[in-house]
Ligand binder design. Structure first.
Ligand code: 13P
Length: 287
């Protein structure tokens, strides 16, 4: 059964660990992540971008597929199906389809518009028991002439959005989606500490989990991050293992071209990445 992410994140915040959010792209991805979560007794959040939902034939298909996989695998750990970086209309479509959690990313709107829309979504989601993640706008990606830093949020704006009653808050602290540039300035722990100070017990979300060094991840968790999003790293692991299989000519041996065999090494790559992240985030044996 799918659950809202609210309780698992409150527990993570209190226990000083983070729940992994792993993006899914197809049935194999979903199955692999759920198998590792069960094996490690870890709560997990399955992230679905609007693009990935479209690729998988829509929100209804994704929700139905995930629910059936949970039943078939006999999953017992808490699992949230979460819309990642949703638009306003996308958030409503995902809620209607049976997602148990949604992110409304109003960070590109003015703060006033972000507040108005986030407030409406919270009211409607709460009535359905669905958790909500909001995102606060950026105040520029360049600091002291250092290019290669990610966006940095304003702690006062974070408080305004947090006070609306969201269940989790994404705030830029120099993090970036995808691979980090060689000249990346690192996470802004000073800003994270200020955001935490202003938002109290609000679980904070760290996007762009790929490629952040382990010591920075641990420090971010110690300063209040309770959900960490990982996407690119699973994709890279999947691609690398698939490439090894093909370069070794395995697809040409026996029935190596069978899609179930062809996709298996990539799936093992995803599983290894998810295991490593759950251990690093401290969510193992927390379900
Ligand atoms: P990465 O692709 O950098 O891991 O970021 C994922 C993410 O933040 C999804 O919202």
């Amino acid at each position: 059964m799918l659950v809202s992410a609210a309780e698992m994140l409150k527990a993570a915040k209190a226990g000083k660990y983070a729940v992994g959010h792993f993006n899914i792209n197809n049935l194999e991805w979903t199955k692999c992540i759920l198998q590792v979560a069960e094996e490690l007794h870890s709560p997990v959040i399955l992230g679905v971008s609007e693009g990935a939902a479209k690729y998988m034939c829509g929100f209804n298909t994704v929700a139905a597929m995930t629910k059936e996989i949970l039943k078939t695998l006999g999953t017992t750990v808490p699992v949230a199906l979460h819309l990642d970086h949703g638009s306003y209309d996308g958030a409503y479509a995902a809620m209607k389809a049976g997602f148990s959690s949604v992110m409304f990313d109003g960070s590109h709107y003015s703060i006033e518009e972000n507040v108005t829309r986030t407030k409406q979504i919270i009211a409607d989601a709460k009535a359905l028991g669905i958790s909500v993640e909001a995102e606060v706008g950026a105040i520029g990606g360049e600091e002291d002439g250092v290019i290669g830093g990610g966006e940095v949020a304003d702690p006062d704006e974070c408080k305004r959005i947090a006070d609306l009653g969201v269940d989790m808050l994404a705030a830029g602290i120099g993090n970036i989606h995808g691979k980090y540039p060689a000249n990346w300035a690192g996470l802004r722990f000073d800003v994270l500490a200020k955001i935490q100070e202003k938002t109290g017990t609000m679980p904070l979300v760290l996007h762009g989990g790929t490629g952040i060094p382990a010591d920075m991840i641990k420090k971010a968790i110690s300063l209040g991050v309770s959900k960490i999003n990982v996407n690119t790293e699973c994709q890279l692991a999947f691609a690398a293992e698939t490439r090894k299989y093909i370069e070794a000519g395995k697809d040409l041996e026996g029935k190596g071209f069978d899609p179930r065999k062809l996709l298996a090494p990539g799936c093992e790559g995803i599983k290894a990445t998810v295991r490593e992240k759950m251990e690093l985030f401290g969510s193992v044996n927390k379900a």
